[in-house]
Design a protein around this ligand. Structure first.
Ligand code: PGA
Ligand code: ZN
Length: 426
């Protein structure tokens, strides 16, 4: 038996940042190496995502994962026994085939993604290198530029404002560590501004301040003020990134946004107006997941000025990325491994985006844990951006801190990605 042969697979129930059950998978190899990973969970999900298997019923709000855990300890463990952990693509394909559903609902997207990530960690451990290096080799020298939430909203803040993520990007930073320090200054400044307004009310699901604002414009103006108060030039040192998450407020063909009813074009016009008024460099899901024509019209007007990101719209699916590229509907993709199901499929979506000349952003979910796999994926796969939520709560900070360690391990070879330079000239 080779040292990378899978000797034991253990699934267990652990808990995420919302206090809900989730799946942890631990994989032991014959040579003693071990890999562990935990499935994250979304709240504002796209309809095309792999589905987590939840037990339903009254206990734990229906969120329990006993069946998904049993699937890891039963059929998944049996499927993987004795196979070579280093053969990620073949093992992911075997998982997909044995599950047999399009949405991964038999084994559970949660069981499958935790298994797929644990396999990668085990293979890296067997090779004696960190996962980022196992994936990227000597070419993995680029740290992703972080998109960091300052105010939460949408489904992560009881719909207090419609817009989901008010984020900043430290476009003027020259290292990952410096980007975090700049963002920390903005986060502190935003907190003091909220306190002065008497509107500091704790944080939303991903650690951004609770959005006690009259409307989206009020939040955007406050964000620009926070950047200035932190001593930065908005747009030059620190810019704004938004996740509109428009699927969440789309109903019966209309968008209910900022207290008004919009069709696709009037929402796009409102957002284009924001591009004129605020230093926005990235805008995610500006329209709903099924509104591809709306995406394409928005992109025709904005693609040279701003990064247009598909999240719910593309659900980390290579075929959808290819179709959106053909329709010229986006110029960037959000890559969430648990939307796809396996690492192999997530990487295929990233590769499809790269082939189209797009930017790529590896992303966490609103329900997270201490698992830091996505940081290793971003560096190992060479994704120029990383989105993890805010600059508070340890399930977020664990990821940012891991990036600091990777940058330090790379030493003088480390570079910070500059994904927004392409939009600067226009
Ligand atoms: P989710 O939100 O994890 O709740 O889906 C994150 C996002 O929309 O980017
Ligand atoms: Zn999103």
């Amino acid at each position: 038996m080779s040292t990378a042969a899978i000797a034991r697979v253990v699934g267990r129930r652990v808990w995420d940042s919302r206090g809900r059950p989730t799946v942890e998978v631990e994989i032991h190899l014959a040579g003693g190496a071990r890999g562990t990973a935990i499935a994250p969970a979304g709240a504002s999900t796209g309809s095309g995502e792999a589905r987590d298997l939840r037990d339903g019923g009254r206990a734990l709000g229906g969120y329990d994962v006993a069946t998904a855990v049993a699937n890891v300890n039963g059929p998944i463990a049996k499927l993987l026994a004795g196979r070579d952990a280093a053969d990620q693509a073949a093992l992911d394909r075997a998982l997909i085939a044995a599950d047999g559903t399009v949405d991964r609902s038999r084994f559970g997207g949660n069981a499958i993604v935790a298994t797929s990530m644990a396999l990668a960690h085990a293979a890296a451990a067997a090779a004696g290198v960190p996962l980022w290096r196992h994936l990227g080799g000597d070419r993995a020298t680029v740290l992703p530029l972080p998109q960091i939430q300052i105010f939460g909203g949408g489904a992560h803040a009881a719909r207090r404002v419609d817009l989901q993520d008010f984020m900043v990007v430290a476009v003027g930073a020259t290292s990952f560590a410096a980007a975090l320090a700049m963002t920390a200054e903005v986060y502190i400044a935003a907190g003091s501004l909220m306190a002065e307004r008497g509107s500091l009310q704790g944080v939303a699901d991903e650690g951004g301040y609770w959005p006690a604002f009259a409307n989206n414009d009020d939040a955007l103006t406050t964000l620009v003020r926070a950047i200035e108060r932190a001593g930065f030039v908005p747009g030059h040192d620190v810019a704004i990134a938004l996740d509109i998450a428009a699927t969440q407020f789309f109903k019966d063909g209309r968008y209910r946004f900022d207290g008004r009813d919009h069709d696709s074009d009037s929402l796009a016009t409102l957002l284009l107006g924001w591009l004129d008024r605020y230093p926005i460099v990235s805008i995610e899901d500006p329209l709903a997941e099924h509104d591809r024509d709306g995406f394409a019209r928005f992109a025709a007007a904005a693609r040279d000025r701003v990064q247009i990101v598909g999240d719910d719209f593309l659900v980390t699916n290579a075929a959808r990325v290819e179709a959106a590229a053909a329709a010229r509907a986006c110029n960037a993709v959000l890559v969430k491994p648990n939307q796809a199901g396996t690492l192999t499929e997530a990487k295929a979506a990233l590769d499809a985006a790269r082939a189209a000349g797009w930017n790529t952003i590896v992303s966490a979910r609103s329900g997270e844990t201490e698992d830091v796999t996505i940081v290793h994926l971003a560096v190992g796969w060479g994704a120029p951006e990383l989105k993890v939520g805010s600059f508070a709560r340890s399930e977020r900070m664990a990821k940012w801190n891991e990036g600091i360690r990777i940058e330090e391990a790379l030493g003088s070879a480390a570079r910070l990605a500059r994904p927004f330079d392409r939009f600067r000239s226009s």
